[in-house]
Design a binder for this molecule. Sequence first.
Ligand code: ZN
Length: 320
Amino acid sequence: MQPVHGLHHITAIAGPAQENLDFYAGVLGMRLVKRSINQDDPGTYHLFYADAEGHPGTDLTFFPWAQMAPPRMGHGLAVEVALEVPRDSLSWWAGRLQKYGATLDRVTSRFGDSVLPLVDVHGMRLALVESVRPLSRRFEPWSGGPIPAERQIRGLYGAQIWERDAAPTETFLTSALGFQRLATEDGWTRWGFADAPGVVDIRETPDARRGAWGVGCVHHLAWSVADDPHQLAVRAQVEASGGRATPVIDRFWFKSVYFKEPGGVLFEIATEGPGFAVDEDPQHLGETLVLPPWYEPARAEIERVLPRLTVPVAAAHENR
Ligand code: ZN
C-alpha cells in the first residue's frame, strides 16, 4: 500500500470569474498562480489560487460557471473547504472579512482546532483553521498581495463531506489512499495522515438527498502523489478497492487520474510536478491567459468568449 501525500488541490464551482478573483485574491490574498481554461470546456476559465510558488497542498482552483444553478447540498458531496491560517490570526481575519462584507459564523472548536466558518461571495462554505497540530508544509509567502506574510493562508487544511453510508467510503480511504482514522467528535469522523496536510471530516446523513453540483460547491478533491510510478501504484490501489479510475490525463502542470469514492464524491490523484512554473516566469504567474499547447491554435477564439479579468490591486499591506 502506497499512501497519497495529503491534499494536492481542491477545485470548486464559482459564479462570475471577476467576483471570484476579487474575493480569493483581493480579500483572502491568495496568489492567482494560473489563469487558464477548463480543458473539457475551453470557453470557460479555470483559475488557480495558491501560495507564491503554487506548491501542491496550497492550491484552491475554480471553474467559474456563472450560468449554473446553486448546488443541492446532500450526501456524496464535499460541503466545506478548510484553509489553514497561522496561530492567533483568526480574530484578525474575522475583522478583515467583516470589513469586506463576508458572511461569518462564530469561531468554534473542532477536534481541538479553532475554526472560523464563513461563506464566500458565491455561497461556498469555507473555514479558516488554526490547527493544534501544525504540519510542516511547503509554503512561500506572496509579497504581491494585500495580506502581510505572518497572516497569510498557509494552504489547504481539508474538507467536510456528507455520506449516506460512511463505512464503504472509510474502507476505501484506507485501502486505496492510505488514510488513517484520526478522531471522532459531534457526529463527524476525521480521516487524514500523520505527516501530511489534508483531512476529510465525514458525517453520515442518511436522511439527506443526494447532493448535486452547482455554483458555490466543491467539484473535486485532489490527492498528491510524488511522480508517475506513485500515481500508477495508487491508481492500481483505487481499482483494486473497487474504484473506476480514468486513464492518466496530462494537465500540463501535473498529471491527473479521476475516480469517485464509493459515496459519490469526485476525487483525483495529481502528481506534484512539474508545477505552475513549467510554462510561465515564476515572477509573472497568472498574469496572462495560459493555454495547453494543443489549444494554442484556438487562442483568438477562446479569448473572444472569455470575460476580461482584472487582478485586484493591493494597497500595500492594507489593514495590517
Ligand atoms: Zn483537479
